[in-house]
Design a protein around this ligand. Structure first.
Ligand SMILES: [Zn+2]
Ligand SMILES: [Zn+2]
Length: 216
């Protein structure tokens, strides 16, 4: 599997493209801006076939590029059911944050309802429901490669804020505990903002994670 990271938009969102080098099946994770359009066109020119656009949650900085990317790739947009309303509301903030958005036509082609498994070539990607930052936040976990895309649930040395609409600190704590029990210490974490990390690093250096796992 190949991974490409683009930092896009006014909030410096990490958008990721992952693809299977044999089948050329590709997925976009968190398309945070239309800046991705020329980049994805280039990848399509190299033979990539985008089948899915997956948002880790519905906040505007993670879905702002969905409409244009769906048009050029024909890929299916997938979002957790519990974030559809959050997405609609957060698109209204987009204007203030400087996003150049078309508000229509962001309805998902597929909604997750709980944990699920999706495939990329021969790879199995687990969709883990991790509410807290938003009610429909998810983490994409690829056990065979020991990597996870954690959206705004878990960052290097921080965790997602829970003061926005639909946020819940008790739910976030439960989700962090679940991730800590699911990953092993070498699991690489690719968050929605900022640098990558590993679970082991976070267990040692992330004061929020340490507090939560101590039962706080
Ligand atoms: Zn967010
Ligand atoms: Zn974000």
């Amino acid at each position: 599997m190949k991974l490409v990271n683009y930092v896009v938009g006014p909030l410096s969102t990490n958008s990721y493209v992952i693809y299977d080098e044999v089948t050329m099946d590709a997925i976009v994770i968190d398309p945070g801006s239309n800046e991705l359009v020329p980049k994805c066109r280039e990848l399509i020119g190299k033979g990539l076939k985008f089948s899915k656009i997956i948002a880790t949650h519905g906040h505007v900085d993670h879905v702002a590029g969905v409409k244009s990317l769906r048009e050029i790739t024909g890929a299916k947009f997938m979002l957790h059911k519990s974030d559809i309303e959050i997405m609609d509301i957060s698109l209204d903030w987009g204007w203030e944050l400087g996003y150049n958005l078309s508000l229509e036509d962001l309805s998902p082609d597929y909604v997750y309802e709980g944990d699920e498994v999706v495939s990329l070539g021969d790879l199995e990607i687990k969709i883990i429901h991790t509410p807290g930052h938003t009610p429909g936040s998810i983490v994409l976990y690829i056990p065979s490669l020991k990597i996870a895309f954690t959206g705004d649930t878990l960052f290097r040395e921080s965790v997602g804020r829970t003061d926005l609409m639909g946020g819940s600190w008790p739910a976030l704590k439960e989700s962090i505990r679940r991730l800590a029990n699911t990953f092993n210490s070498e699991t690489i974490i690719y968050p929605g903002h900022g640098p990558s990390s590993t679970l082991g690093y976070e267990l040692r250096n992330n004061r929020f994670v340490k507090h939560i796992l101590r039962g706080g």
